[in-house]
Design a protein around this ligand. Structure first.
Ligand code: KIV
Ligand code: ZN
Length: 538
């Protein structure tokens, strides 16, 4: 059947860096995107959709960099509207890839045609054909050209089939059926997919792209596979617009755990890398994972009740349908002490899904040994937190030289900071309703006059990285600039990690400030959504 996919496999098309990154506030820097792409390559997905190059120069550069640097047989895809300018930018960005994959789309439902595109069905069909042919001519016969009919599940099925037939004739090798607004129900979606497979399945791979507005994205995706779809579009942690996309880990583990429901079918995903991928994406985007999230939630393999614990001890099969090891949760927790060597650390990191060497290994080693001095036990979670912290590093134009705070019950707190801002040393002090508030106010006063804005804090979270009273605190903040407002405002996250939570809070605030400033001056090659382009994203 599916000509572009080896028989017996479902192609895993990961769109964490495109649709996932469109989740409001999930913006990543180009360096962070590259870090995620490397992890996706280790996870062995088949296709990485790296972004939407026409959205902004930052998006273009991020896609091109991922295309250039991703090796090992993973295809790199870029999205483009069927509109003059978009496909050309996408082609330019991905043509350096080992395996380029062009993804063009246009909406086909009457609602979208009438109210968004203001086009007739005939015009949309003509544009679809035109840009698929353009891609085929520019990229040649061997490159994957994918066409998506946006809002397919609310499109008149006869028109939808007409569009898919036409684009395959024009050269599309994959046709994607997006349930853009998460409206479909599994049986009905499976039937629609079956009709598309019957029409074009001999000449093209049929793909699905399901959103989770009714909580059915995974169910719809699996129904589609049973109906003959051989590419699934998914994101790590189900990240994505609104309620998100079908979750990679759920779809992949369902295929693996229920072989009788998906006879002779599997994915090439290295499932032991799932936990590392999930943690990295959560960390970099600042989207925490709910504890009861399937596969990757903190409680996914925890057994609380006595009856369950007793059963699992006697035989894990009583209450576990897959092993924690199969998704990369290592059984051991105690990992490193003051006397551990670099090699031991490297091996442990590899076990946790991270290949670290050279300078990065040295730096993590130094931090881990310092941590082993500060707390009794350095656990897997501590090590993962150190690795993730490095992945999010940004060039610092604002650095902290010193801080102090006084705080007592019932009164206001006073905070003082000294920072350097673009080489200039500045100090400020102020009061606040707590120590963090006072210190953040002092930072604002110190940097505001130089930068012309101060950060506006839109979220602040703190969690302990591991158990115990000496645990490291990890602080997540999300900020925008005071000079921006509205839905398209650039929003970034920042993390801090320390056994001192005030220090972790300051560190997180400074990371966010440096990301905002870096995006402004171009030192952080932002893959961030520029406000104007944000409105245009699919
Ligand atoms: O949800 C959607 O329709 C999309 C398409 C661009 C594939 O993301
Ligand atoms: Zn989507």
């Amino acid at each position: 059947m599916s000509p572009g996919v080896p028989s017996g496999t479902v192609r895993i098309f990961d769109t964490t860096l495109r649709d996932g990154e469109q989740a409001p506030g999930a913006g990543l820097t180009a360096a962070e995107k590259l870090e995620v792409a490397r992890q996706l390559a280790r996870l062995r997905v088949d296709v990485i959709e790296a972004g939407f190059p026409a959205a902004s120069p930052g998006d273009f550069e991020a896609v091109q960099r991922i295309a250039r640097e991703t090796k090992g047989g993973v295809a790199v895809a870029a999205l483009a509207r069927c509109r003059d300018g978009d496909p050309q930018r996408a082609i330019e960005a991905i043509r350096v890839a080992e395996r380029p994959h062009l993804h063009v789309f246009i909406a086909t439902s009457d609602i979208h045609l009438a109210h968004k595109l203001r086009m007739t069905r005939e015009q949309a069909l003509a544009e679809a054909r035109r840009w698929v042919s353009h891609g085929r001519e520019r990229l040649g016969q061997d490159v994957e050209i994918e066409f998506s009919a946006e809002d397919a599940s609310r499109t008149d099925p006869d028109f939808l089939l007409q569009v898919y037939g036409a684009v395959v004739e024009a050269g599309a090798s994959t046709v994607n059926i997006p349930d853009t607004v998460g409206y479909a129900i599994p049986a009905e979606f499976g039937e629609l997919v079956g009709r598309v497979v019957a029409l074009v399945g001999r000449d093209a791979t049929v793909s699905v792209h399901c959103h989770n507005d009714l909580g059915l994205a995974t169910a719809n995706t699996l129904a589609a596979v049973q109906a003959g779809a051989r590419q699934v579009e998914v994101t790590v942690n189900g990240l994505g617009e609104r309620a998100g996309n079908a979750s990679l880990e759920e779809v992949v583990m369902a295929l693996r755990t229920r072989p009788t429901q998906f006879p002779q079918l599997g994915s090439g995903v290295q499932t032991e890398q799932i936990t590392a991928a999930s943690r990295l994406v959560s960390y970099l985007t600042g989207f925490t994972i709910q504890p009861n999230k399937a596969i990757v939630g903190g409680n996914a393999f925890a057994h609380e009740s006595g009856i369950h614990q007793d059963g699992v001890i006697k035989n894990p099969l009583t209450y576990e349908i897959m092993t924690p090891q199969s998704v990369g949760l290592s059984g051991s927790q105690l990992t490193i002490g003051k006397l551990s060597g670099r090699k031991g650390l490297q091996g442990k990191l590899r076990e946790l899904g991270h290949d670290v060497e050279g300078e990065a290994l040295d730096a993590i080693y130094r931090e881990a040994i310092a941590l082993a001095d500060a707390k009794k036990e350095v656990t897997d979670s501590d090590l993962l937190a150190l690795v993730e912290q490095r992945a999010a590093e940004v060039p610092a134009s604002v650095s902290l030289l010193g801080w102090s705070v006084t705080s007592s019950g019932g009164g206001r707190s006073t905070g003082a900071v000294t920072v350097t801002v673009a080489g200039e040393e500045r100090s400020a002090d102020t009061t606040g309703n707590g120590p963090v508030n006072a210190l953040y106010g002092a930072v604002d006063q110190a940097i505001g006059p130089v930068l012309g804005w101060h950060p506006v804090l839109t979220a602040y979270e703190i969690r302990a990285v591991s158990a115990g009273e000496d645990a490291q605190g990890q602080v997540l903040v999300r900020c925008r600039r005071s000079s921006d407002s509205g839905a398209g405002a650039l929003a970034v996250s920042g993390h801090g990690l320390s056994t001192n939570i005030i220090e972790a809070s300051l560190e997180a605030y400074l990371v966010a400030i440096n990301k905002l400033h870096g995006a402004e001056i171009g030192s952080v090659r932002a893959a961030f959504v520029a406000p104007a382009a944000a409105q245009e994203k699919p």
